[in-house]
Write a protein of this length. Structure first.
Length: 115
């Protein structure tokens, strides 16, 4: 049972180390400043971009080519999906107009009085 105080001591050291590394980064929920949110988002996006760029540059040439081909295929797939949605919207619009015209011609009462 001598190992139990040892791992408890190590756990406390780790907790203190984490608290020390976090420092002032933790903010209370009430004092969260939303005015700096766009700046934080921009910093986060920039950081993610730099990480992706570094990761891409560390790949071998064949890996870079494979990632490039995959990105092109994914982009074309997304573009195809968007174009299909636009086509669907246009088709629904045309069907709606034809349906409305058909309704007006065949089912709507005419404006002229019948004798």
């Amino acid at each position: 049972m001598a190992s139990q105080p040892d791992w408890q001591r190590k756990l406390q050291e780790l907790e203190q180390d984490i608290d020390r590394k976090l420092g002032d980064r933790t903010q209370p929920q009430d004092s969260f400043d939303t005015t700096s949110l766009p700046e934080q988002t921009q910093t986060t996006v920039s950081s993610l971009y730099q990480q992706a760029k570094t990761w891409f540059q560390t790949l071998p040439t064949i890996g870079q080519v494979a990632v490039g081909i995959g990105a092109v295929v994914l982009s074309l797939s997304v573009l195809q999906t968007v174009m299909r949605l636009v086509t669907l919207g246009i088709s629904l619009g045309v069907v709606a107009v034809v349906g409305y015209i058909g309704y007006r011609l065949f089912f709507a009462p005419s404006d002229s009085p019948e004798s």
